[in-house]
Design a protein around this ligand. Structure first.
Ligand code: NAP
Length: 284
């Protein structure tokens, strides 16, 4: 039996365990996915001890460990280094390597919904971990990216970081979350991405963007998956925009981790169905 962990603190409710365990079972693999709450004080001893046990195949990493875990790894792949965070770990005979699959998961979901992203004009709301991962992959493809964040210094820092990457093709500008800044940014945008928790259960009446600012035809991608239909997506529909929930990003980042751990192609359709069932809704 090989074990994969979700490493976070706390790790009370997670779709990943149900999704991965269903996929392991479907392929008849002797694998199990367990939630593993490890406090920041215990992270070091966990990473140098139990995480290197040969029965442990790997882990997903979530809040608050995505940055802190990096110092305990033997290697970090170039994409995770560029993003500055690790969300997946592989244990190869006690040697730990870190990856980041969030950004590619999001890009795959976006490409399915939008098509080719080359030359696109995008607005990202938020400048935290999810924005960094998505921003990195988008900056390789898009022509313009505006990053709007509550704390403007973080938007500036992320815009400067993305612009400094040799592979960046986009002009990346920081801005504030004020209505006038949003209005200006959304005039030209073809894609709007929310990476803040605004609108997530239980605060489902919140939204990061006033629906009246959304133009028809824009693709609005809310990385939140609980609920599947956030207020932002409902208002986007009313504005005749296209919508994408965070469900497929969740499944595709998980599928990429599954490939790393097992070397096998995961049953992606089953994983989408399992998470959709758990969230009690139609596919986003
Ligand atoms: N679908 C998926 O697979 C997936 C994966 C990862 C994340 N996500 C989603 O992304 C969200 C963010 O995750 P993260 O790891 O990027 O978190 P994070 O690093 O903590 O970043 C949170 C971001 O949201 C902003 N924010 C938080 N509360 C806000 C508020 N009340 N008003 C305005 N802005 C606010 C923060 O702004 P400041 O800089 O001003 O604090 C920051 O930019 C999660 O809640 C989750 O819904 C989805």
């Amino acid at each position: 039996m090989r074990v994969c962990y979700l490493l976070g603190y706390p790790v009370g409710h997670s779709m990943s365990a149900v999704m991965h365990n269903a996929a392991f079972e479907e392929l008849g693999l002797d694998y199990r996915y367990d939630l593993r709450g490890v406090s920041p004080e215990r992270l070091g001893s966990f990473m140098t001890g139990e995480m290197r046990d040969p029965t442990v195949r790997g882990a997903n990493v979530t809040i608050p460990h995505k940055l802190a875990v990096m110092e305990y790894l033997d290697e970090v792949d170039s994409e995770a280094l560029a993003v500055g965070a690790v969300n997946t770990i592989m244990n190869d005979d006690g040697r730990l390597k870190g990856y980041n699959t969030d950004g590619l998961g999001a890009i795959r979901a976006l490409e399915e919904a939008y098509g080719e992203l080359e030359g696109v004009k995008a607005v990202i709301v938020g400048a935290g971990g999810a924005a960094r991962a998505i921003g990195y992959h988008l900056s390789i493809r898009a022509s313009e990216i505006t990053i709007l964040n509550r704390t403007q210094d973080r938007a500036k820092e992320l815009a400067a970081h993305l612009s400094s990457m040799p592979e960046c093709k986009a002009s990346v500008e920081p801005s504030s979350l004020h209505r006038s800044a949003l209005e200006e940014a959304l005039k030209e945008a073809e894609i709007l991405i929310n990476t803040t928790p605004l609108g997530m259960t239980p605060d489902v009446d919140e939204t990061p963007v006033d629906g009246s600012l959304i133009r028809p035809g824009t693709l609005v991608f809310d990385t939140i998956y609980n609920p599947l239909r956030t207020r932002l997506l409902r208002e986007a529909e009313e504005a005749e925009a296209r919508t994408l929930s965070g469900l497929r990003m969740l499944v595709y980042q998980g599928a990429a981790a599954f490939r790393l751990w097992t070397g096998l192609e995961p049953p992606v359709k089953l994983m989408i169905d399992v998470v959709t069932d758990l969230l009690g809704g139609e596919q986003g």
